[in-house]
Design a protein around this ligand. Structure first.
Ligand code: ADP
Length: 402
């Protein structure tokens, strides 16, 4: 991509780097009007980093426009970023990228909003690596790679934790000795870019509920709930790490810490084995013994698949009750992310568990992928709103240029 100063015809590039993949999206930059992020141009990813990496890119209509693969171990996060830049340059045919937006999982207590990255900011973000060792180093790798190849281009870090900094102190604290809380052992919450996006979309899709008491259910491979009041996060199910709260594809969600002590003291687990258990071997995968993927479990006749789904739904309903208490009542429930947007059965089962809150689902509407899915006379309304974390990052990157 051509390093260039901000121009009228520029492109906003978004990078979302995970442990084994880097997702990216390219948006046109708008120069007039309130929003600087224009139409999506391309969306793609490099997957299977560390194995046999594969790059694929689609245009805005979903047509595959680029594919490439490499031999095992050929790419790390730096060279994968370079490959994305090269591919982007070909697809953009000389249109300049004017800014990069990055998803960064942890902003600590310090970053309550996106920030333009410079070497001093990178150093501060590196200090947060111990709080998110599985994600933060990968998030920072493309920032460093771009700073090396295109140092003049602005890079904006957007944080998964930032949206939750509005929570009251009581919602952010553990009942730990004060010194540990002061050291940063507290509840941060995650999926903040998704919640931020949904809260803004609600203003267009359902303005009547935008300032009311909402429970937003981000149900994907990672899953969490967020309680929002007046457009601000007041509580969430994820805490110090993204393993807390709901049961997920391969993560446990909340677990009695006594289980960990037992595994460490009595069953010969070490820290690595605990990490594997909490993050990679549990959740839908661990309980079903079959798959972490909801589609596979829904298609299976195995009783273990049904048990895994039942526990997934039960945990959502229990935590929704907890967030309803934190909000002092609920006006609307919003479903989003892979399962929330596509799995009508999960929405129906969760809604049945939330009937006591006043949620009455409309079975016919529930087959929609967007819009209201509750009955007109339901005191608590329910909605499906597709999320778009890359669009949220593009918005912040464009805003920083304006
Ligand atoms: P990530 O957290 O990796 O971004 P996604 O938001 O893409 O994950 O969600 C992935 C989950 O969504 C998987 O469990 C997948 O099975 C589920 N999912 C996607 N489409 C459907 C569908 N049509 N029906 C049921 N589940 C679906």
């Amino acid at each position: 991509m051509n390093p260039s100063p901000a121009t009228e015809s520029g492109v906003i590039a978004v990078l979302n780097a995970g442990s084994s993949s880097i997702k990216f999206a390219l948006f046109e930059r708008r120069t007039g009007g309130p929003e600087r992020d224009g139409p999506l141009l391309f969306r793609g990813q490099v997957e299977r980093l560390g194995l046999e990496p594969r790059l694929s890119v689609k245009d805005a209509a979903g047509k595959v426009v680029a594919e490439r693969s490499w031999p095992a171990g050929a790419l790390d996060h730096h060279s994968a970023t370079d490959a994305i830049l090269e591919c982007g340059q070909e697809l953009l045919r000389g249109r300049p990228v004017v800014t990069f937006g990055h998803r960064v999982v942890h902003g600590g207590t310090e970053f309550a909003a996106p920030v333009r990255v410079d070497p001093a900011i990178v150093a501060r973000l590196e200090k947060l690596i111990p709080l998110a060792p599985l994600h933060q180093p990968h998030n920072l790798a493309p920032i460093r790679a771009i700073a090396r190849t295109a140092p003049q281009l602005p890079q904006i870090a957007c944080f998964d934790t930032a949206f939750h900094r509005s929570q009251p102190a009581v919602a952010q604290a553990f009942a730990l000795p004060r010194a540990l809380t002061a050291d940063g052992v507290r509840r941060y919450g995650f999926h903040g870019l998704s919640y931020d996006y949904i809260v803004r979309r609600v203003r267009d899709v359902a303005p009547a509920i935008a300032d009311r008491r909402l429970i937003i259910a981000h149900l994907g491979n990672g899953a969490s709930l967020c309680a929002v009041n007046g457009g601000r996060s007041v509580a969430s199910t994820m805490g110090f790490t993204a393993v807390d709260g709901l049961m997920m594809g391969t993560r446990t969600g909340s677990l009695d810490p006594g289980v960990l002590l037992y595994l460490l003291k009595e069953r010969g687990f070490d820290a690595q084995a605990i990490e594997d258990l909490l993050y990679r071997k549990s959740g839908l995968l661990g309980v079903s013994g079959l798959s972490s993927d909801m589609r596979t479990l829904r298609a299976s006749d195995a009783p273990e698949a049904a048990e895994a789904i039942a526990l997934f739904v039960y945990r959502i309903v229990r935590e929704a009750g907890s967030l309803a208490a934190a909000l002092g009542g609920v006006d609307a429930v919003i479903f989003t992310a892979g399962i929330g947007e596509n799995d009508a059965d999960t929405r129906a089962e969760v809604s049945a568990g939330c009937r006591w809150l006043g949620l009455a689902l409309d079975e016919a509407r529930n087959h929609r992928h967007e819009g209201r899915i509750s009955r007109d006379d339901s005191p608590v309304s329910a909605w499906v709103i597709p999320t778009d974390e890359e669009r949220m990052i593009a918005h912040y990157a464009g805003e920083a240029l304006a």
